[in-house]
Write a protein that binds this ligand. Structure first.
Ligand code: HEM
Ligand code: HEM
Length: 125
């Protein structure tokens, strides 16, 4: 898999959604989705873009299984956690309704970042 391209595509999709929510907030004056907007843009776009550029800068990092594990963990985890936060702030689900999917998805993001960190230690030379 082309890990850099995949992370960039994932990030771009998040950015489109994040900006649409930002525009909605700006237009409506209702800023209750601000935290969702922030994490879609930061956890979704900014992190994915940084990952994409890192895998491009250190090609050795992009080769092994750690990289694809990281991509899929971030793909599933970041989409799920952002969806849960959006549903919570839009008052479609309650805080109790966040369990267990939100903590599981946060854990997936964390596992992905651990794989990334380990990969940096091994291959970012
Ligand atoms: C056209 C694009 C965008 C629009 C119209 C927009 C609009 C907004 C609005 C209306 C708020 C709420 C402000 C408040 O209640 O204090 C906000 C907050 C925020 N935005 Fe954006 N935004 C845009 C792009 C971005 C991007 C690209 C990022 C990050 C890469 C970003 C990061 C944030 C953060 C971190 C907050 C603070 C959230 C919080 O206070 O909890 N925004 N934005
Ligand atoms: C799974 C990962 C993450 C989780 C579970 C998480 C959770 C949280 C929580 C609970 C808050 C406080 C919300 C509140 O004030 O009510 C917060 C705020 C914030 N987070 Fe995250 N976060 C994550 C990842 C990130 C990342 C990767 C970034 C930036 C690259 C980020 C940037 C921020 C910012 C800027 C705020 C402050 C927003 C504000 O109060 O205006 N977060 N996050």
């Amino acid at each position: 898999m082309n890990i850099s391209r995949n992370f960039m595509l994932l990030g771009s999709a998040f950015l489109i959604v994040g900006i649409v929510i930002g525009m909605y907030m700006g237009g409506s004056g209702d800023h209750s989705l601000a935290l969702s907007h922030a994490h879609i843009n930061l956890l979704g776009f900014v992190l994915s873009a940084v990952f994409a550029l890192t895998y491009k800068a250190y090609p050795a990092m992009a080769e092994g299984r750690l990289a694809s594990a990281h991509f899929w963990l971030h793909f599933v985890g970041a989409i799920m956690v952002n969806l849960m936060v959006f549903l919570l702030l839009a008052e479609i689900i309650t805080e109790a309704g966040m369990v267990p999917l939100a903590p599981i998805s946060e854990f997936l993001v964390l596992l992905g970042v651990l794989a990334f960190g380990w990969n940096v230690l091994q291959n970012a030379k």
